[in-house]
Design a protein around this ligand. Structure first.
Ligand SMILES: *Cc1c(COP(=O)(O)O)cnc(C)c1O
Ligand SMILES: [Zn+2]
Length: 414
């Protein structure tokens, strides 16, 4: 592939097009900008075989990402396992269930490594030396790690009350962690001001259009791993709603390029009840998103005023999907269910995805006899607080066979 097929940044509202540059809002109508491509410029060498011949990372689809040439940051990131989850399927009473396991995404164990790789690669192309983000937790760690590996200076802004694993998981990389007294939406507001004043590349502010495109790679991988097939039903967790819209975009692109057949994929969004402005709008059958004050253990999804909520709402409705939300208690139950049946320790967001999927299946919104993919987006070791008191404590004995015999006998072991 010689030439990039990226055409422009295009306003999602009025359609005005802009040259590729570090900006994210339309000057005319303040609508959000999105990267658009000239798909017909993609030569016929871009085939399943070409993609399969490349290294197993997210850049095997680089023609469909908004970078020039080779990635500058995160060259080994992505390509996580897709697991056929038969034990969990049996428990849920469904026929064909898969887990896209981004809780082991390289290098920081969440799907944010995908979006950050694209955002920072683009930031380097633009000539930025300092990168930054407004984060609900995972983004901070991913920006810090990928910036460190690329030799970039970084500042990460987080709500001050995040889980220790998220804070440590950023600080270890030598980044500047700034804790803000307030919620994510306060952090985000401050970051818009800082981005304007300091001229840094804020991955989810001024380079957001490029950042968001990285999420498409999760969708591409699922289709390739299913044997070049689009799934029938996909359940994704939602914070800003961006991942939901980009998985949908990835499927539409592969259909347009003839890489998969149209399987009428339905998109389902999952949120915690304590912060569910997008799910509520879908359930209320409106496209108005009413901002909320977040109160949930699923801190990585706690965006009260979601930037892409309106578009995620549209994707779910137009694809024939739906949205659901779950209480903190249901989140914990689902985290334990996933761990017990499939050996996957997901973070709270994973509990949200599985908990919502269970409700959608039980209510008949997702049929039991069609293929379902659950997107597990982050690792449980970073949200230990949520389940610390929910699991059995170790039973302590002396290093004595006699004492173990007593314990085993009490367990009924022979
Ligand atoms: C950020 C995040 C999401 C969702 O992000 P969007 O803003 O909706 O794209 C989902 N899961 C985890 C673990 C996250 O950190
Ligand atoms: Zn516009």
């Amino acid at each position: 592939m010689s030439e990039s097929i990226v055409r422009a940044l295009k306003c999602r509202e009025c359609g005005h097009e802009y040259e590729i540059q570090p900006t994210h809002v339309c000057e005319f109508c303040f609508g959000p900008l999105e990267v658009v491509y000239d798909y017909d410029k993609l030569d016929d060498k871009f085939t399943r075989e070409l993609i399969e011949s490349r290294p197993q990372n997210m850049w095997r689809y680089k023609e469909l990402l908004p970078i020039d040439g080779e990635p500058k940051v995160g060259a080994n990131n992505g390509f996580t396992p897709l697991i056929k989850a038969d034990r969990l399927a049996k428990e849920l009473g469904v026929k064909e269930l898969y887990i896209k396991n981004d809780s082991v995404c390289y290098p920081t164990l969440s799907f944010k490594d995908r979006v950050v790789s694209v955002a920072l690669s683009k930031a380097v192309e633009f000539g930025f030396k300092t990168v930054a983000c407004a984060s609900t937790g995972n983004l901070a760690g991913s920006v810090a790690a990928n910036a460190a590996a690329a030799g970039l200076e970084s500042y990460v802004f987080i709500p001050e009350d995040l889980e220790q694993g998220k804070v440590l998981g950023a600080a270890i990389f030598g980044t500047n962690v700034i804790g803000i007294r307030g919620q994510y939406d306060d952090v985000n507001r401050l970051c818009s001001e800082v981005a304007g004043k300091y001229g840094w590349a804020f991955v989810n502010v001024n380079v957001r259009p490029f950042y968001a495109e990285g999420s498409k790679t999760l969708g591409y991988e699922v289709m390739e791993q299913l044997g070049w097939k689009a799934p029938k039903h996909v359940v994704v967790p939602m914070a800003s709603g961006s991942l939901c819209t980009k998985v949908d975009k990835s499927i539409k692109e592969f259909i347009k390029l003839g890489l998969v057949e149209d399987n009428q994929t339905a998109m389902y969004g999952a949120q915690a009840t304590g912060c569910s402005p997008i799910a509520k709008s879908v359930k209320d059958d409106t496209d108005m998103i009413h901002p909320v004050k977040a109160d949930t253990i699923a801190k990585s999804l706690a965006i009260g005023n979601p930037a892409d909520g309106y578009y995620a709402n549209k994707v779910m409705k137009e694809s024939g999907g739906y949205a659901e939300d779950v209480s903190d208690e249901e989140i914990i139950d689902a985290m334990k269910l996933l761990a017990r049946t499939e050996g996957i320790f997901a973070e709270t967001a994973g509990g949200v995805t599985l908990g919502c999927a269970k409700k959608l299946i039980d209510s008949g919104k997702i049929p039991r006899d069609e293929s379902i993919v659950l997107c597990i987006t982050g690792n449980g070791l970073k949200t230990q607080e949520a389940v610390l008191n929910e699991v059995a404590k170790p039973r302590i004995i002396n290093a004595s066979l006699k004492e173990f015999d007593v314990l085993a006998a009490a367990d009924g072991v022979k």
